[in-house]
Design a protein around this ligand. Structure first.
Ligand SMILES: N[C@@H](CCC(=O)N[C@@H](CS)C(=O)NCC(=O)O)C(=O)O
Length: 302
């Protein structure tokens, strides 16, 4: 089986969600360090447009969005499951809350606290993804966002006082999703104090951090592109059901419904309840299959 290549950067909260899953499972992976801002010339040839981090590559199959990435990892490496079958729906609902709601509460206070350490051009770069993103907007949003994040911390703390992980005795993807916004806030000492003040939440963070960095070895962006060029898409079965809004072979475009206007355009090969897959040709890497979750993405005829 081709190796798992994660395109990430250290500070990326969503990458941390996936790094925790890989570390928990003990799955070996290769890490490509991507820039924190555009341009990303060793990522975009793989995704066809999407700049968001992380992206996972397995040969010439490219998985965008952590919801899609986590489910493919679980399929490839079912040992030490993080999406137990009997709780798959609950996991997905907590994941959606954490990735979209808790994360959006974590961003303003954390960015404000770290503002002076941000690289030059960061705000302008992120404004291209989220119109209106500015220091003034962050300052205006931060008090309410922090209050909401602390309310979520209280809920997590109360639950974790009753069970080591959110769904019981074992770590699941629900924990990975709820952990990454909390971990992101811990980068600011004044926000980390809010975690430390909640004993069950702090212990849970310590347990998840304690998985360690996992079996990771670095890979250059050029090597990752070469791996895609050398491979052919392997995860493209499943087809498109007759009642789907598109037919196999239709050219469609895929774009996130929250932030980041970049689109991926390709020929539809799979459209299932949870996943949409297109094939596209790229001058740099040849044919690649690009995978997205259905949830959170708009698919339209290109
Ligand atoms: N829903 C996406 C969100 C990904 C996301 O927002 N990633 C951030 C980094 S943690 C990002 O791409 N920021 C812009 C960038 O890195 O260029 C997922 O689950 O993967």
């Amino acid at each position: 089986m081709a190796e798992i290549i994660l395109h990430h950067y250290a500070l990326s909260p969503f990458s941390e969600k996936i790094r925790r899953v890989l570390a928990y499972k003990g799955v070996p992976w290769r890490a490509v360090e991507q820039p924190i801002m555009m341009p990303k010339p060793e990522l975009v040839p793989l995704t066809g447009g999407n700049r968001r981090i992380p992206a996972m590559q397995v040969g010439a199959d490219v998985y965008c969005d952590t919801a899609c990435i986590a489910r493919r990892i679980e399929q490839l490496h079912p040992e030490r499951p993080v999406i137990p079958q009997a709780a798959a729906g609950t996991v997905a609902m907590i994941e959606d809350w954490a990735d979209h709601r808790l994360f959006m509460f974590a961003v303003p206070p954390t960015i404000l606290a770290l503002f002076d350490d941000l690289p030059p051009g960061f705000i302008e770069d992120r404004r291209a993804m989220s119109p209106g993103f500015s220091r003034e907007a962050i300052e205006a949003a931060a008090p309410h966002a922090l209050e909401q994040a602390l309310h979520a911390f209280d809920q997590l703390d109360a639950q974790l006082a009753r069970s080591p992980y959110l769904l019981g005795a074992d770590f699941t993807l629900a924990d990975a999703a709820a952990y990454h916004p909390v971990r992101f806030m811990q980068n600011a000492p004044e926000l980390a104090a809010h975690v430390a003040a909640r004993p069950a939440l702090a212990d849970w963070c310590g347990r998840i951090a304690g998985f360690g960095e996992g079996k990771v070895t670095p890979l250059s962006g050029a090597e990752a592109l070469a791996a895609a060029t050398a491979a052919t898409p392997a995860d493209v079965d499943g087809g498109v059901p007759a009642d789907a809004p598109f037919a196999a072979g239709d050219t469609v475009s895929i774009v996130a419904d929250d932030y980041g206007p970049e689109t991926t355009v390709g020929r539809l090969v799979r459209m299932q309840a949870n996943e949409v897959v297109v094939l596209r040709e790229d001058a740099a890497v040849g044919e690649v299959a690009v995978h997205y979750p259905r949830a959170g993405y708009v698919v339209s005829r290109a």
